[in-house]
Design a binder for this molecule. Structure first.
Ligand SMILES: Cc1cc2nc3c(=O)[nH]c(=O)nc-3n(C[C@H](O)[C@H](O)[C@H](O)COP(=O)(O)O)c2cc1C
Length: 174
């Protein structure tokens, strides 16, 4: 597909066709492509435009191994060439829930950008249960930086499959 190319898919197709990818080719992604993904993340919406995110891009096998030990889903991190470890930076006081909502928008923007570039990723939330252990991996002891989750990503080696409720099951027109 679009991997490494300048092809960009229609945004509605991108939203609907994005699936979590849990199998990856053993191939590193060039830094400029990762930077392009992060450039998209930069434009995610956030409460009062605080942009409360901080991201570690993990590619070093030793760091990957340490990070993988923090989750039951270790194989996803070990088999992906890269992982974004995403922290909430609360240096600017605002509203905790709205900061967390902003982080959710950041995650989704990164996932969509990956998909638009022909890459794939999976949001890792289980690892949040071990957030203090993750902070230790990155040598973080600042209480204002809270680990929120990770995205393992790379070139897809599967299509991904999922399903959804019908719109009528969750919408109320009033
Ligand atoms: C907050 C959150 C946490 C998630 N945590 C995990 C996880 O720990 N492991 C995993 O394999 N997938 C995880 N996922 C991915 C979901 O399983 C996936 O998005 C959902 O099943 C829908 O599938 P799709 O993304 O392919 O459409 C998480 C997704 C979200 C939004």
């Amino acid at each position: 597909m679009a991997f490494f190319s300048n092809y960009y898919m229609d945004v509605l197709d991108c939203i609907k066709s994005r699936r979590s990818i849990r199998k990856f080719e053993n191939q590193l992604i060039p830094q400029e492509i990762i930077e392009e993904i992060l450039e998209c993340g930069r434009w995610a919406p956030s409460g009062v435009n605080f942009q409360p995110w901080k991201v570690f891009v993990v590619s070093d096998p030793n760091v990957k191994e340490k990070l993988a030990k923090c989750t039951k889903h270790s194989s996803l991190i070990l088999n992906a060439p890269h992982t974004f470890a995403i922290f909430l930076d609360q240096t600017k006081q605002y509203h905790y829930t709205k900061h967390v909502q902003s982080i959710g928008a950041f995650f989704q923007t990164l996932l969509l950008a990956l998909h638009a570039k022909g890459l794939g990723g999976v949001w890792l939330g289980e690892i949040y249960n071990q957030k203090d252990q993750v902070s230790d991996v990155f040598g973080i002891n600042d209480p204002q930086l809270e680990f929120m989750g990770a995205i393992a990503f790379g070139k897809p080696a599967e299509q991904g499959k999922s399903s959804r409720k019908k719109v009528s099951e969750f919408v109320v027109w009033s």
